[in-house]
Ligand binder design. Structure first.
Ligand code: TXA
Ligand code: MG
Length: 346
């Protein structure tokens, strides 16, 4: 069931219905400021198992627990003094902390058997009201099928999970369009596990120096499985996509000369020779908002391959490139020769 709701002033009626679904052990897809989540009561083990099942998510990839604030987080997570203080200042916001789990109430299935738990307080009125009304923390991964681009609209949720979710709160597009920044604060210095809207500079300001492993930049395989999620395929449309680090016009010409029908995800100008043009946006924040819609849009065209313009890895650009490298399965062409080689191997 799809329930429309105002993103800034959600009606109490809609939230009450959704909260009762959560409390009865059902699944509710709801908007956050980043992407839509697929929520279940964290204390209902059966419901949490169903989240893994409908997403086809591997059981060792844990869920983020959504809370209404620091005191609710303390129900299930150890928040040493300095961590609590930082969170009081920055929550609600697109920042997830991985910390030690606490107490015996949290089902194993939520944390994929780990001793740590990821907690976050979303800065979206609908998400916050839903957690408050339910009165329980809500475990929620992104509301997409495993491996697919994350959902930034209720339509994306329907594309992937229609029939598998009990209620969808439709508040229109999310605000940032890419998932929260994740930081592991069980280590010193803290480790960036996933770049997101909360940028490296902002993190340095609140946490001091951080470790940024290569996998957080979206490269290669992690040496140590800091975060189980990083080893799985992510964000990928069905069509092959290649990240392009040189002139997109030239890249389209190369691909066409090899007989490919090409779709471009462009930043500045359309590429007339391409069979399909999908706009990413002018500035990095627009690109972040449009990114997953654009990747999903590629599968609605009849092209053979998608070419995506790379962005600078600054600010939220680090998170965009992290998603793009994964969406492209690591295929990154920096010049024509590399593009030819990549296309030949598709
Ligand atoms: O913005 C977001 O974070 C969205 C919205 C819905 O809140 N949620 C989201 O969840 O992106 P999901 O499940 O798609 O990504 C969660 C990531 C996974 O890569 C998972 O491996 C990691 O968080 N994670 C969860 N618990 C962890 C833990 N205890 N230690 C390390 N990584 C963890
Ligand atoms: Mg996800």
């Amino acid at each position: 069931m799809l329930v429309p709701v105002d993103p800034l002033r959600p009606s109490e009626e809609a939230i009450t219905v959704a909260a009762s679904v959560i409390n009865r052990g059902g699944l509710v897809a709801f908007p956050t400021e980043t992407v839509y989540g697929l929520g279940a009561s964290v204390y209902n083990e059966e419901a949490c198992r169903r989240v893994f099942k409908v997403k086809s998510r591997p059981p060792d990839n844990p869920l983020i627990v959504h809370v209404e604030g620091v005191s609710m987080a303390k129900e299930l997570a150890e928040l040493p003094g300095w961590v609590g203080e930082v969170l009081e200042r920055v929550w609600p916001g697109p920042l997830t902390f991985v910390t030690w789990k606490r107490g015996g109430r949290l089902p194993e299935v939520v944390t994929g058997g780990l001793e740590t738990v990821a907690v976050r307080c979303p800065a979206h009125p609908v998400a916050l009201e839903l957690i408050r009304k339910s009165g329980v923390p809500i475990a929620a991964p992104s509301a997409n099928k495993a491996g697919r681009p994350s959902p930034t609209t209720a339509e994306h949720v329907l594309e992937d999970l229609d029939g598998d979710v009990d209620l969808i709160l439709d508040a229109g597009p999310t605000f940032f369009g890419i998932e929260s920044t994740i930081v592991d604060v069980t280590r010193r210095p803290p480790v960036l596990l996933r770049p997101g809207p909360f940028t490296e500079n902002e993190l340095n300001r609140i946490l001091g120096p951080l470790e940024i492993p290569v996998f957080a930049r979206g490269h290669g395989e992690p040496r140590i499985a800091y975060s189980p999620g990083v080893k799985y395929k992510h964000y990928a449309p069905e069509k092959p996509v290649v990240l392009v680090g040189f002139s997109i016009n030239e890249a389209v010409r190369v691909a066409r000369s090899l007989g490919y029908r090409v779709g471009v995800l462009f930043r500045g100008r359309r590429v007339e020779e391409a069979e399909a043009n999908i706009e990413l946006g002018g500035d990095l924040y627009s690109i972040a908002r449009n990114l997953f819609t654009a990747l999903r849009g590629l599968d609605k065209t009849s092209v053979d391959v998608g070419l995506v313009e790379a962005v600078e890895e600054k600010g939220i650009g680090l998170a965009i490139m992290n998603r793009l490298r994964k969406a492209c399965g690591g295929r990154f062409a920096r010049d024509r020769e590399e593009l030819r080689r990549i296309l030949a191997s598709l």
